[in-house]
Design a protein around this ligand. Sequence first.
Ligand code: MGD
Ligand code: MGD
Ligand code: SF4
Ligand code: MO
Length: 650
Amino acid sequence: MKFTTTCTLNCYDSCRVEVTVEDGRVVKPLGDKNHPLTRGFLCPKFKKVIERTYSPDRLTQPLLKEKGSFRKISWEKAFVLLTEKIGELYAKGETLSILHLYDHGSGGYLKRLDERFFNCLGGVTHPSGSLCWGSGYEAMQRDFGAPTLGEYHDLINSKAIILWGRDPGTTNLHLLPFLKEAKEAGAEIVAINPLKIKVASGRHISLKPGTDGLLALGIARLLISEGLYDKDFVKEKVKNFAEFSKLTEEVTVEKVLKETGISEDDLAYLAKLFAFKKPIAVLYGYGLQRYQNGGSTVRAINALLAITGNVGVKGGGPHYAHPLWKPYFGSIVKAEEKVRERYFPWPVMANSILAAEPPIKLIFVTRSNPLNQAPDTKRMQEAFYNVPFKVTVDFFLTDTAYASDLIIPATSVFEEEDIVYSSWHYYLSYLPKIVETPNDMPTEVEFWNELAKKIGLKNFEPKTAREFIIEALEPLKPLGITFEVLREKGYIRHPLAPFTFSDGKFLTPTGKIELMAEKGPGLYQAYDSLTAKKFPYRLLTVHPKDYLHSQFHNLESAEWGTKPRVIIHPSTAARHNLDNLAAVWVKTVTGEITGLVKVSDRVRPDTVVIEEGSWGIDGGGVNVLTCQVRPDMGDGVPFFDVLCSIEAVE
Ligand SMILES: Nc1nc2c(c(=O)[nH]1)N[C@H]1C(S)=C(S)[C@@H](COP(=O)(O)OP(=O)(O)OC[C@H]3O[C@@H](n4cnc5c(=O)[nH]c(N)nc54)[C@H](O)[C@@H]3O)O[C@H]1N2
Ligand SMILES: Nc1nc2c(c(=O)[nH]1)N[C@H]1C(S)=C(S)[C@@H](COP(=O)(O)OP(=O)(O)OC[C@H]3O[C@@H](n4cnc5c(=O)[nH]c(N)nc54)[C@H](O)[C@@H]3O)O[C@H]1N2
Ligand code: SF4
Ligand SMILES: [Mo]
């Protein structure tokens, strides 16, 4: 029997997938040929989603840690324990002592019933900001009033496409055919990235990490001083042009060349591109804003697009994310039930837990692996061990599950009906229930229903997945979207898409694009000379091609196991006398890990690159190396603002 479903991994593409069920098991995944973005192919990670579902290591029964080791317990016992621990804090009105840590491990909308549960409890402590896109998102809001997203299909109208810190060959495969088509239609494709990326690109411009904002301001300065900007667009649609122009004055060509490390030729090329080519589309990557100056960097690039009239035009504009579905969703979380709330920013989560007053007594982790993915793992471990009771819902003994006291098994994407909407494209999609859960275990929806019932949460009325979906889709009725329509069609494009400000009306207080006026992105962190001497390389911990963050590293198919690959330039390898596969220490002010060398001229001589996600249990979690520091805006995490040293393992 065949079914069509949707990939819920945290990925740009949210592919539509056809699967077959044979002998009660999901097999033969194929990309939907008719879907406008999936276009008939999938990335290899979807096979791993199936492999994970049937992995012999998958948890199907709760585990309880006792005297340092885990043992299986019955679901009944798990509910008794949870009811006792949570119920006690609930009864005393002390729910702020509960920290609910969650991220985007699954895009399934019903996975957000965890938030409903904790809101109905009266409100708990939550993360604020984002491990992912926080700083750039806030930058978009300040400039345009909301983030905006061009469409892949529109790239065919572009004269130039800039992959600014985005690496689609690694993180966004379904963009590639559109780039190829745009290139064939005459678009120039430019990658601005410290790392050489594999795309159908023309020019690759390598710059020192964290200096993109300065580069954008430098280009803007050249355009303004030569009068080569779009004066009509600026007059009509841009606020703060004079202030912005003043801000660029100190960004001389000499300064740009020195600080970014790009060649004079590259700078002239970019200035000419912005002066004479139109429309230009910029596809922002998120690596670009994983710095302390990350928000200002995105604002500087936004400004460059604005003064050249490249916003709201066909074939041009920023591609960051769109907010169109957001106002229609959210009812599932029942935010109105919160009578108290407290927020800890993601970039300083570990320190916030350790300093919490009232203290955290219980951590509940869902759809996330913070002991691998949040910054400063050692401090995070310390924070976890200081909290008396930790619960994690997941498939395996991940780093976070391992540090928890109770583990609740998660439900696979094939085992529960659901819906998923994307902020990275414009489709809302449906997921049927395809197979039953193994070992008769309850689904996550059933788990929350049962827990709410046991604790006596009056406002969390138990429902089936179908009923929750119908409730969630209620606000979409005016758009003609109902459960029946969605199930029938499988996916629906947002009727108001795309969200690109083509009407020239921005959502800022003035209705114009509000350019940055006070403080530029400056340079990346000014490390003191002592630190820089001890740790001579920049460290970029980028996303892994074959994995989704920390997911799938434990499966049999894992090609290179759990040891991180430390990618270094041939000159760095020669300096340290290191060959491919040599074992190395990587050290930063925060911590140290070991990995295996991979020599590649894709990496700059001043930079070391490690793909994030390998598991700490096996000695590899890269966030042992990253720091807790808040960025200029939006509480994204400056993961890439860190220096490192390397040395051979003796
Ligand atoms: N295979 C796979 N795909 C994924 C993911 C995954 O884990 N695996 N994760 C998904 C998620 S959650 C996200 S947020 C997206 C992220 O997608 P991307 O933005 O493409 O990837 P990142 O790893 O966040 O960003 C790293 C890129 O930014 C570049 N970079 C680093 N510093 C700078 C800088 O200072 N300037 C410039 N110009 N470039 C810089 C790096 O060299 C690298 O190419 O990918 C999604 N897709
Ligand atoms: N050093 C460094 N760190 C980074 C980044 C970086 O570039 N460098 N990138 C950051 C970014 S962009 C992001 S988005 C975050 C991601 O941070 P996380 O979301 O914490 O990352 P994942 O490793 O994908 O962990 C998700 C967990 O959810 C589980 N999961 C998957 N599906 C389900 C489900 O249906 N139910 C439940 N209960 N659990 C499920 C998975 O098994 C996995 O353990 O990491 C950030 N961390
Ligand atoms: S991970 Fe991304 S590219 Fe791969 S199947 Fe899922 S949505 Fe598609
Ligand atoms: Mo992300």
